[in-house]
Each structure stands twice: as structure tokens, then as C-alpha cells.
Design a protein around this ligand. Structure first.
Ligand SMILES: *Cc1c(COP(=O)(O)O)cnc(C)c1O
Length: 404
């Protein structure tokens, strides 16, 4: 079967996007027009199980009834006022998100990259005003293989040539260390370091879980050297790994969470930095902002996301179904699968000799949507609402392409 079906509609739509959109993506040949829960439907009426979930932005599945209802209610009231005025969703959103994270203050933005930029600005300002670093000399430590977004500053410290090359001049002030190497971090800490910015599990790099004890070690070094531990949980957070935050697997509490993706319920872009009042208190009016950040519609949807996460039900589902998924993936033949990584309903599968792109094309032919990362690795991140039966069926399809 081919995704273009024969109606010509999908082919025409793909040709239009190829001709008129910048080629900064290489999508699979599937043109989606509808979705519900863990399933999407293409223009030819073919259904696919969504095993990517928009890189975790669809943690609660497509169009979750509670989230759609929250959005619809808010659409009938007020959608945008800008931060020049207060609105009735804003205070509750900040209070509820701070409570979920066990923190005090929230600074809302829209996209993940903006929240990371916000974290960088916060750490630098905190470094100058609180830590006492000489002006202009703040250093932020990041790790090899990181993915924190696509702005010019963020790609300045990317180690992926595709993400970085050709976009200079680069923003200074970052030190890149090997991910998972606590000795290297210990050696790099000095009095100019204002923050260590880390993904507790590196998603784009292929769902890389650092060696056990690494996050704990990072926490200890940050505390010892008076630097902020900034956890980019944009992809790993909000239930994906079987806990609200991936840092919880090592009982690590960062100084700042950076959140995005699932926070918007798959309906609106919502991101935020969540931290203490000592840290976020560095901002005074006019020093940072966003026209859409913290808008009523975003807050209303995010409040429903937070309410859904506060029962622990989705985290539990992710832990339980994730353990089952990992058991099954780990049983795949070693000659075909080099490694399976991840936690909860999140897996990176590194094939021995099957290019990731080809694996995803074959999976799409079998009705499963997944995404390759680097080389021979694919990533599975189904919505946390996926049924065990559907999940098993998707893993059957992975098994089939592996054994083919
Ligand atoms: C997706 C992602 C980002 C960037 O988020 P955007 O909304 O695409 O800007 C940053 N950090 C991590 C870990 C991500 O997965």
C-alpha cells in the first residue's frame, strides 16, 4: 500500500507543501486530516497509530475530551489580553503549575525554545545579581548531543552539525561537556558557572539515559559550586517517563524546570520556566516578556493538563505500559537490535543494520507512525492514553520489520 492511495489527493497536497514550504523537515508520506486519542487518519481514510505523539506534545492523546472542553469554554470567554492586563486564568495557572512542580514561581512563554531562552536569561541575570559573577562573564554548562531548541543562541551550543552549521556567528558563554561524565563536570565547575543546563534523558539524541547517579552528581556539584541546575524537561516531563518529571527517577530536585510540549495539551503552544522566587525574582517589569505568553486560552488548557497530571493516573499508566513495552522491545533479537533505551512510554531503538528512516517508512506502511533520530535509531513515544492492546499491536509491527 502507498500513502498516496490512488485518489491523488495526498499526492497533490504533498506536492503543494514540497513546492511552497521551506524544506526544513522531511515528513513521512502521510497526510493527516483527523485524529482522535492515539490514532490519526490520513486523507485517504487510512488510520495510523501515532507512536510519536508530536515528540510528547500529545501525551494525553489527540483531542482529549477534557482538554477540548477546557479550550472550548475559554474560546467563549477571552483568548488574549497580553500581559499588560491581568486575566482570571493567569494567577491560578501559575499557582497550580508551581504546586505541581513543588516550586514557587512561573514565567510562561509559548514554545520550548523560548522557555530555554528564558532559562538562560534567568540564569545569567541571577549569576550577576545574586552570585556576583562579573558582568558579561557568566558561563552555562551544557552537554554533548543536547537538544534545547532552534534559536540562534541555542544552536550556538548544539553539537549537531545540521542544527548548527551555517548559522553563526554564535553566542558565547557556553561550555559543552560529555553527557553522563561527572568527572568532566567536576573539573569544569568554576566561579563563573551560573548554571548547568541538562536534559535528564536526551530525547533528540536518541532517548539517551545517562549513567545511574549522573543527575545526582550534577545536583551535588551545582549545590557545592553555587550554580543553578536547570532541567530541560520539555520532552521528558509531564508523565512521559512514568513520573511527573524525569528528575524524580534519581530524587533530584533542580533549581529550575523548563517545560513545554505536553503543557499545551496538543492544542496550543504553552511553555514555562518554573523555579523559586529567589531565582525568578530577578526579573523586573520590562526585562523579559512575550505577547502571547500566559494568554487566557493557553492558561485554561494548561490548567486542565495540570489537573489531569495531579492525580498521578497518567504517570502510572506510563510506568506500567512502559515497563511492558521495554520488556517486549528488549526481547527483540540481538542480531537485529543493538540497543533499546528509555524509561516509561519512551524508547529509543537502535537497529543493527536498518536505517532509522527506512524503519519508519516500513512502520508507516504497516500503520504505525514513528520518527527516526540519528542514523539507525527510531524513537517510540506513544500517547500515554494508548491502550495496551494497541501498544502490543504497534510492537508487533516493530517486531515484523525487524524480522523481515
Ligand atoms: C522540543 C524540545 C525543545 C524545543 O521546543 P520547541 O517547542 O520545539 O521550541 C527544547 N528542549 C527539548 C528537550 C525538547 O525536546
Amino acid at each position: 500500500m502507498s500513502a498516496s492511495g490512488g485518489s491523488g489527493t495526498a499526492a497533490a497536497l504533498r506536492a503543494q507543501s514540497a513546492a511552497h514550504s521551506a524544506h526544513n523537515y522531511h515528513p513521512l508520506p502521510v497526510v493527516i486530516c483527523e485524529a482522535e486519542s492515539a490514532w490519526v487518519t490520513d486523507v485517504d481514510g487510512r488510520r495510523y497509530l501515532d507512536m510519536l505523539a508530536a515528540y510528547s506534545a500529545i501525551n494525553f492523546g489527540h483531542r482529549h475530551p477534557r482538554l477540548v472542553a477546557a479550550a472550548q469554554r475559554q474560546l467563549e470567554r477571552v483568548t488574549l489580553v497580553s500581559r499588560a492586563f491581568e486575566h482570571d486564568q493567569f494567577g491560578p495557572f501559575c499557582a497550580e503549575l508551581a504546586a505541581l512542580a513543588g516550586m514557587e514561581m512561573v514565567l510562561p512563554m509559548n514554545t520550548g525554545a523560548e522557555a530555554v531562552e528564558t532559562a538562560i536569561k534567568t540564569a545569567r541575570k541571577w549569576g550577576y545579581e545574586v552570585k556576583g559573577v562579573p558582568d558579561g562573564e557568566a558561563v552555562i554548562i551544557v552537554f554533548d548531543g543536547n537538544f534545547h531548541g532552534r534559536t540562534t543562541t541555542i544552536v550556538s551550543f548544539s553539537t549537531d552539525p545540521d542544527a548548527r552549521d551555517g548559522f553563526g556567528p554564535y553566542t558565547p558563554g557556553f561550555r559543552i561537556l560529555p553527557y553522563g561524565d561527572i568527572e568532566a563536570l567536576a573539573a569544569a565547575m568554576d566561579d563563573r558557572v551560573v548554571a548547568v543546563l541538562a536534559e535528564p534523558i536526551q530525547g533528540e539524541a536518541g532517548v539517551l539515559v545517562p549513567p545511574s547517579g549522573f543527575l545526582t552528581g550534577v545536583r551535588e556539584l551545582c549545590t557545592a559550586h553555587g550554580a543553578l541546575l536547570v532541567a530541560d524537561e520539555i520532552q521528558s516531563g509531564l508523565g512521559r517517563t512514568g513520573t511527573t518529571f524525569a528528575c524524580e527517577h534519581e530524587d533530584v530536585v533542580p533549581d529550575m524546570y523548563v517545560l513545554g510540549k505536553a503543557l499545551g495539551g496538543g492544542i496550543v503552544p504553552v511553555s514555562a520556566v518554573v523555579s523559586s522566587s529567589d531565582v525568578l525574582g530577578v526579573f523586573k517589569p520590562g526585562q523579559h516578556g512575550s505577547t502571547f505568553g500566559g494568554n487566557p486560552l493557553a492558561c485554561a488548557v494548561a490548567r486542565e493538563v495540570i489537573a489531569m497530571l495531579s492525580t498521578g493516573e497518567y504517570q502510572e499508566r506510563s510506568a506500567k505500559l512502559g515497563a511492558h513495552m521495554h520488556d517486549r522491545l528488549n526481547a527483540l533479537p540481538e542480531s537485529k537490535v543493538r540497543e533499546v533505551r528509555g524509561r516509561g512510554l519512551w524508547a529509543g531503538i537502535e537497529f543493527a543494520d536498518l536505517p532509522g528512516r527506512e524503519a519508519c517508512e516500513r512502520l508507516a506502511d504497516r500503520g504505525v507512525l514513528a520518527k527516526d533520530t540519528h542514523g539507525s535509531t527510531i524513537r517510540l513515544a506513544p500517547p500515554l492514553v494508548v491502550s495496551e492492546e494497541d501498544l502490543d499491536w504497534a510492537i508487533d509491527q516493530v517486531e515484523a520489520i525487524v524480522r523481515a
